[in-house]
Structure formats: C-alpha cells, structure tokens
Design a protein around this ligand. Structure first.
Ligand SMILES: [Zn+2]
Length: 391
C-alpha cells in the first residue's frame, strides 16, 4: 500500500463521480492532487489500481462528528480521538470537524488539543457552550454559559484558526456581539440548540449567522403561522446541516428541504453531517460528555428518550439522500463533500476535477466504501480485496 501513498498513483477503469455527472475513465493523482482525469494516456511506471468499474468520488467531509467506534472527542483522550477518525475513515470520511460539547472550559480545551493532533481533523466545531438550556437536547445544560465575548475569547484562545464552527443561540442576550467575535476569529457562527422564533432567527442571519446545525433538531419548527427557526433558515443564505438517518428528521421533511433548495438552485447550501456519537457500536449504554446514552437499533437516546447524536456515517447519509429525495449520485455526494468544504472556505477540496485535492473514496455498486485513497489502513490493504495494485 506504500505505493499508493507515495508521489503519485493511477486509478484505472473507474466510474468518476464528477460535478457534471458520472463518467467512465481514469484518475491520475500526483502530489496529492488530481493531475489528469477521464480519458488520457496513462504515464508509465506509476503505481496503478484497477477500480474494476467502482465509483471514484471525493472523500466525505463531516462538519459535525462527536465520536464513533467506541470513542468520543469530548473525552480529550488522544487515542480515543484517533479511534474516532479511523472509524469514520472506514466509512469514507477523509476529513472532519471534531464537535466538542459543553463541559468545563479546561476540559473543552483539552479535547480540542487532543483532536487537532490527529490527521484528518481539519478543525473544531464548538457545539456550545453559548446555547439555550430550553433546547439542550442531549447536551448537559449545567455547562451552558450566557453568550460572552470574553468567555469565548478565553475558550478559543490559542485555537484561533482551528475553531471553524461555533454553534450558538442567537436569541440570547449578548449573542449578536458573540456572532461578531466568532466571525472576527474566522469561524462560522451557527444557529443551534436555540429557541429563536422566526424573527429572532432572521435577525441572527442578518447579523452574520452563516450556518445552521442539524436543521429541525433542537430548534423551533416550521409552522404555518409561525415559520420558526426552520423557516428562517430555509429562506436565509446560510448553509444547513441535515442528519439524514431517517430518525432525526422524517424522510419527507428531508425531501421538502431538498426539493425547496433544488428548486431555488441552492442545493449547494445543504451539508450532510453525521452528528455521530455511538456510531459503529453494538447496542448498549455509552457516555457522551459525561451523560448516559442508550443505543437501541439505529437510535442513540438519553434515558428520558431525547435523541443523543446518531449512529450515522456519511456513506449511509449519501445513500439516504438518493433514496429519500431522488438525487443523482453526484448531487448526493456533493452534499457530503463539496458543500461542507465550501462552508470551511476550502478551495479544490471535495470534488473530482483536475487540481482537486485528495483524499478520494472508492465505492462499490451499492455505495459501500471500499477504500479511502491515498492512505494506509484502507480496505485495499486487505488481501481478500479484488483490486489489483501494481505498476
Ligand atoms: Zn452535535
């Protein structure tokens, strides 16, 4: 596998999931970027992999990951942080934001430091602590703080440039000043765990809130006399997260959102996220930021029944986007790659085009993840894998 991590490699006979559609062809990667794509004369002496008709797509980028594979970023354990990233890599996620839940500030800072040491973690999503206790969901309101620029500066000190998304409740006193401070350090203020009504949410977007965390969850819903934060979010220019596991939002709600955005030519605003906590674990009882989470089937809940993150991974979320809303494969893949990359202002990431950056994901006919390229520890290392590697 060392050959695939080196200076360059060639993937032959792939179905290339490009922004224009699915095309058959090859992909040459040099120095971590696509050097040629489609039909071209392959250079000699470059290690090659025969994809045998598998899909080649940009690797997924998840803006909202708490944990997976039995570990949780918020614990601040370096080995645990590595385990989370490794777990999501197996499901096609090449880069992610480590989502840190409200806790004592020194614990949150320790968790940020541990996560940022792991390759693949491209930043921090602070899911709090400036949230509305009335919409705490599974987060522990004991550690929520009233919005305060000083408290935020202290929390983020030394992590400026690494903190990418800050979830806050824009209706709280002082929140709009906090929005300005979050933007000042280059992060995206996001609406979430908020009781904001329609008008308060509209004002938040006007003042610079640029993103919405798990649309529909832990916020005011869409009513015909009170369009709530969901209505304001849809009509705003903000990017929107959707936890598309069929549990967090009804598949018909997902369809409404997707068809609305598609009709406006704004699908690029939508980002699939996992909000994963207990992903990849057998049924049982686990911890999330010190709280007890029970995993039954596909649902992670607190003992009182409140949803506590998900068991979702982005490979399944992409499949659900195809099923629930009839998107094409390139459209569904963009929701988990190009769109979140745009939220982070990353250029040439999350797309299949000449000049675009690795990593990439190889998907089987049912969209099962077969490899993340380049990289060690991918399923391509497995001797049973039918892919052929060699010059
Ligand atoms: Zn979350």
């Amino acid at each position: 596998m060392a050959t695939m991590t080196g200076e360059g490699f060639l993937i032959r006979n792939a179905r290339l999931v490009t922004p224009r559609g699915v095309e058959e062809g090859d992909c040459l990667v040099r120095e971590g970027r696509i050097a040629a794509l489609g039909r071209f004369d392959p250079p000699r002496g470059v290690p090659a992999l025969d994809a045998e008709g598998r899909y080649l797509a940009p690797a997924f980028l998840d803006l909202h990951v708490h944990g997976g594979g039995g570990a949780d970023f918020s614990d601040g354990d370096p080995d645990g942080a590595r385990a989370v990233v490794e777990f999501h890599r197996r499901h096609g996620t090449g880069s992610l934001l480590a989502a840190i839940v409200p806790a004592p500030p020194d614990r949150m800072r320790k968790a940020m430091a541990a996560a940022l040491n792991v390759p693949g973690v491209v930043g921090i999503h602070l899911e709090g602590p400036f949230l509305n206790p009335a919409r705490c969901g599974a987060l522990d309101p004991a550690w929520f703080l009233p919005p305060s620029r000083a408290a935020f500066r202290e929390l983020a000190s030394g992590f400026e440039g690494e903190v990418k998304v800050v979830t806050l409740a824009p209706e709280l006193p002082g929140a709009l000043e906090l929005v300005a401070e979050v933007r000042r350090i280059g992060a995206v203020p996001a609406l979430g765990h908020s009781s904001a009504g329609y008008g308060e949410a509209v004002e938040g977007f006007r003042q610079g809130v640029g993103h919405v965390v798990h649309l529909g969850n832990a916020m005011t819903g869409l009513g015909h006399r009170d369009p709530g934060a969901v209505g304001a979010a849809l009509l705003s220019p903000a990017s929107l997260e959707l936890v598309l596991d069929g549990v967090h939002v009804h598949p018909a709600f997902a369809r409404l959102v997707i068809e609305f955005l598609r009709g406006r030519g704004e699908l690029r605003r939508l980002c699939l996220v996992s909000d994963a906590t207990a992903a990849g674990m057998p049924e049982g009882t686990y911890g999330l930021g010190g709280r007890e989470v029970r995993l039954r089937g596909e649902e992670a809940r607190l003992p009182d029944g409140t949803l506590a993150g998900s068991c979702l991974t982005l490979d399944r979320a992409v499949g659900n986007a195809l099923r629930f809303a009839g998107l094409s494969l390139p459209q569904a893949v963009a929701l988990a790659s190009a769109n979140p990359a745009r939220v982070l202002g990353l250029e040439g990431v999350g797309t299949l085009a000449v000049g675009a950056k690795a990593p990439f994901v190889l998907l089987g006919p049912d969209l099962q993840v077969e490899a993340l390229l380049p990289g060690g520890g991918s399923p391509l290392d497995h001797p049973a894998h039918p892919g052929k590697i060699g010059p």
